[in-house]
Ligand binder design. Sequence first.
Ligand code: PLP
Ligand code: CA
Length: 306
Amino acid sequence: GQQAPVKLDTPAGVHSFLDQYDTFLFDCDGVLWLGTHLLPLVKETLAMLTAKGKQLYFVTNNSTKSRAAYAKKFASFGITVGVEQIFTSSYAAALHVRDELRLAPGADKIWVFGEAGIQDELQLMGYETMGGADERLDAPFAADASPFLEGGLDPAVRAVVAGLDTHLNYHRLSVTLQYLQQPEVAFVATNLDNTLPQKGLKLPGAGTMIQCLVTASGREPQACGKPNQNMLKSIVAATGLDRTRTCMVGDRLNTDMRFGADGGLGTLLVLTGIETEAGALAPSAEHPQPAYYADKLGSLYEFSEI
Ligand code: PLP
Ligand code: CA
């Protein structure tokens, strides 16, 4: 069976942990920050790892932002991160459309159920998008009055890409469902996180909203974010990282730890987000246990300095 998770709470333990890896993949929310509030000693930890020559990449299931918008978020915390270090579920979905579905930029169109991050990444690849944040979808739905249904469905639409939509409404669900009833239109999801923690509240995640579409259409989407291994494959292809020398750092067992464990990476769970120490230590048939866990990411900095 699996080894019990090792807690990183001594200088010797942290030094030997750091020696095992050249590359770190970081989940963002719950590891680096909570919403708009940076967690303690995160800047110091990232600077310490960089000073040791480690490669750092950031892997988030947040589909609402593009990679460029994420780079700005890092900058707002005074952390310099390049777009090439960032992998979002919105980008993973766009890669799926291009590399797996092989849809043609400039010809095939994508119907978006979700926010700007999805549209931005698809448009950067040359795809024309419809739906998404279009203001006309804010209007109440009437079956004979939607501007999106008046002239019939657009036959150029070859895929629906769905993610979290904080403007979710009946109009968006209804038009998206019309496209999903076309068997030739692919159904792609950015991620299926059931919940989204925010300011101490548990809020509905992308998976909850996408389940509305699953129930209505009777179809299952291809989900592209963590723990999908295609996302890791594209990160390996883009960065050349060595899986045996890479550690995935996250706060969620069923996405981050699953993503790392399935990919043959080391795994570190931090307790500043979703999971508790009891959860980290409880063997489960559903989730992999992490190889390591720590109270917070900043523990790496604290113990590495001793
Ligand atoms: N989805 C959305 C819409 C979010 O806002 C967040 C967190 O900010 C997440 C998913 C989870 O992101 P992460 O994978 O960085 O924890
Ligand atoms: Ca997280």
